[in-house]
Design a protein around this ligand. Structure first.
Ligand code: HCA
Ligand code: CU
Length: 397
């Protein structure tokens, strides 16, 4: 399993630009590429120079930054696109052509024999023009393509010995992890080439599919920041990181993980969206523990309910306190944080007060702190403690 030795093809500046609200300025692309480079992604894929004049200029701008990450661009399978891509000075070209019946009919109108002829012609053309450039060939909509068609195309391309990498694309997000594993496994075995996986998330399997691809021997995974892309996007950078980290932290130790929150926040800002509350690692609730029994265990040892350590991503965990599910261990911990020495039985009484009040509305941390401060002034001799008006409870020290 090359799980310790894979590379990320970060496609926020290509697939990500196809997200509904994404239109990155040159400066935004530069900032994104720079942060991705600091994070440590190995490759950055950019929109085709044929998309628009600005797209072409932006590739040149990013190539000119001299990043460690290699810069790729993504083009259709034809000589004109390839020439324009080569002219930008990129390190690699990603060629794609649809092989499913749907795309053969409605996208380019070619049959499999014509696809193979075209692919071989374009690949040979690239090699004539740029013998050393990194070259990838991918079938679009691989998982709705006829298996026999797919293998015909891939084997013909592999036989040229002119491409560095084959790409597998779950363009419409229909593949299951088993299907991905099987296709990648066969391609590794049959061709010995590097294999890239690109997976959409329409049915929620993009991250699992990327992991299955790696388990089957894929060497490259496409990601975007926050998973943005066509429709609901592809494998997210943070999702892939979390998936691999929870298998073995060493798999992702080559990346600068504390930069992930800044990357997610940056793209959320550029796309005028919020980071979703349930986003992997960087969602607002990703490290909030709530129920009393969870909080108690996490306070004793965070690993009881955390498989990702927030501090590895420059984040902190939070224990929610002012709600009806709260527990006295949580309140005791809060009192200790405030430097208040309050006997356990008094803490337990306060906990009951919090629960009762939280049945009506959650308490803010300021209200919790005020309650704790109030009881902390009590000495054991100071028996009676009157609760805020109307609650009718007495807490005894
Ligand atoms: C596209 C389709 C694509 C290509 C993926 C690839 C897909 O927008 O051009 O080149 O590997 O999902 O099939 O993103
Ligand atoms: Cu895609």
């Amino acid at each position: 399993m090359p799980l310790h030795d894979f590379a990320i093809i970060e496609s926020t500046l290509r697939e990500g630009e196809q997200f509904s609200t994404a239109t990155f300025s040159t400066a935004q692309k530069q900032r994104t590429a720079s942060l991705l480079d600091q994070f440590g992604v190995e490759l950055i894929e950019m929109t085709s120079p044929c998309a628009s004049p600005q797209s072409e200029a932006d590739i040149r701008a990013i190539v000119g930054m001299g990043l460690n990450a290699r810069i790729l661009t993504h083009v259709r399978c034809n000589r004109e696109d390839v020439l324009r891509a080569l002219d930008t000075g990129v390190d690699g070209i990603d060629i794609v052509i649809g092989t499913s019946q749907q795309l053969m009919t409605h996208s380019h109108g070619k049959d499999i024999a014509q696809i193979i002829d075209l692919a071989l012609d374009v690949i040979a053309f690239v090699r004539e023009q740029a013998p050393e450039i990194m070259l990838r060939f991918s079938t679009e909509d691989s998982f709705r393509s006829r298996e026999s068609d797919l293998y015909r195309v891939y084997l013909a391309v592999a036989d040229t010995e002119m491409v560095n990498r084959l790409g597998v694309a779950d363009t419409v997000g229909v593949a299951t992890p088993n299907q991905v594993w099987t296709l990648v496994h066969h391609l590794v075995r049959l061709t010995g080439l590097d294999i890239e996986f690109h997976g959409h998330n329409d049915s929620g399997c993009a991250i699992a599919n990327a992991c299955a691809a790696l388990e089957a021997g894929a060497t490259h995974i496409d990601t975007t920041i926050l998973g943005i892309g066509e429709r609901n996007g592809i494998t997210s950078l943070g999702g892939l990181i979390a998936r691999l980290y929870t298998l073995n932290r060493d798999y992702v130790s080559k990346y600068n993980l504390p930069l992930l929150p800044a990357l997610d926040a940056l793209i959320a800002e550029y796309c005028a969206i919020e980071v979703p509350f349930n986003n992997i690692i960087t969602g607002a609730s990703a490290f909030i523990h709530k129920a009393g029994i969870h909080a108690k265990a996490v306070l004793a040892d965070p690993s009881t309910y955390e498989v990702l350590r927030p501090e590895d991503f420059g984040l902190t965990r939070e224990i929610a306190i002012g709600h009806r599910l709260t527990g006295w261990n949580t309140l005791r911990d809060r009192a200790q944080t405030l430097g208040l020495a309050i006997p356990d039985d008094l803490i337990k009484e306060v906990t009951q007060v919090v629960k009762q009040r939280a049945d009506t509305a959650p308490l803010s941390i300021a209200e919790i702190d005020a309650l704790l401060h109030e009881v902390s002034v009590l000495t054991p001799e100071n028996i009676a403690f009157s609760l805020p008006e109307g609650e009718g409870l007495e807490v005894r020290a």
